[in-house]
Design a protein around this ligand. Structure first.
Ligand code: PEP
Length: 252
């Protein structure tokens, strides 16, 4: 089974509605009708409506960067999956390392958010990845396996193909220090092995595993040519249309 490449841009806390609309307009012109790569962008919540409206009929999906695990209630400042679905969002990033490190998203919270995505009909993009300390002390694999077990452990095999995984070594995010294609491939193969140990073959064969961490136009082709790397989750380079489009082009 061949997996369709998937390039997702995480705009983080950049681009209010007007700027987001302008970037979406450029992406729409460049990407409408291109059929070979799945593309999504994740603007900040406030810019989601403008980007959804702009990208309508373009084939480019809109993702959220986060969600709350409840559908509604007294949770000041939070946004639910149901609200995101109503706003036209398709995917939702869950467990990004910035959420884990800065906003208290523990493994248990990540698990609840993954289930909230399913309840709301959103497709989760689940991020896993080790810190530099964890890599240097030989724990990278164990950390990633623990994060996978927490996030996916209670999902059925039939649910799993709706999940996209993103391996994002924390030491490579926003640092300009990319994992080498061989380093990334090694962990992607480990993740696929973890899936193969637990689920029927259609799960590891069909699930997409993206790499994230300082992906740019200049290093994308090397990473994307690896057998277990099915796309990229892109931060900084997703904010500049030419840079993002170069990564999409490398995935074709
Ligand atoms: C990210 O935040 O998911 C990311 C990969 O960022 P960057 O591409 O800037 O390293």
């Amino acid at each position: 089974m061949s997996r369709r490449p998937f390039i997702a841009g995480n705009w983080k806390m950049h681009k209010g509605p007007a700027e987001a609309d302008a970037l979406a307009e450029v992406l729409k012109r460049a990407l409408t009708g291109q059929g070979s790569v799945d593309v999504a962008v994740a603007p900040p919540f406030l810019s989601v409506p403008a980007v959804v409206a702009r990208l309508k009929h373009s084939g480019v999906h809109v993702a959220a960067q986060n969600l709350h695990w409840e559908q509604q209630g007294a949770f000041t400042g939070e946004i639910s999956g149901e609200m995101l679905r109503q706003a036209g969002v398709t995917y939702c990033i869950v467990g990004h390392s910035e959420r884990r490190a800065l906003f208290g998203d523990t493994d248990a919270v990540v698990e609840k958010k993954v289930h909230a995505c399913f309840r709301a009909g959103l497709l989760p993009i689940v991020c896993v990845g080790e810190t530099l300390d964890e890599r240097e002390s030989g724990q990278a694999e164990a950390v990633v396996r623990r994060q996978l077990a927490a996030a996916l452990g209670k999902l059925t095999a039939d649910q799993l193909p709706s999940v996209t995984l993103a391996y994002e070594p924390v030491w490579a995010i926003g640092t300009g220090r990319t994992a080498s294609p061989a380093q990334a491939q090694e962990m992607h193969a480990t993740i696929r092995e973890w899936l193969a140990e637990r689920y029927p073959p259609f799960v590891p064969r069909g699930m997409r595993i993206l790499y994230g961490g300082s992906v740019k136009g200049s290093n994308a082709a090397g990473l994307l040519s690896q057998p277990d790397i099915d796309g990229a989750l892109v931060g900084g380079a997703a904010l500049v249309s030419e840079d993002f489009l170069a990564i999409v082009a490398a995935a074709r």
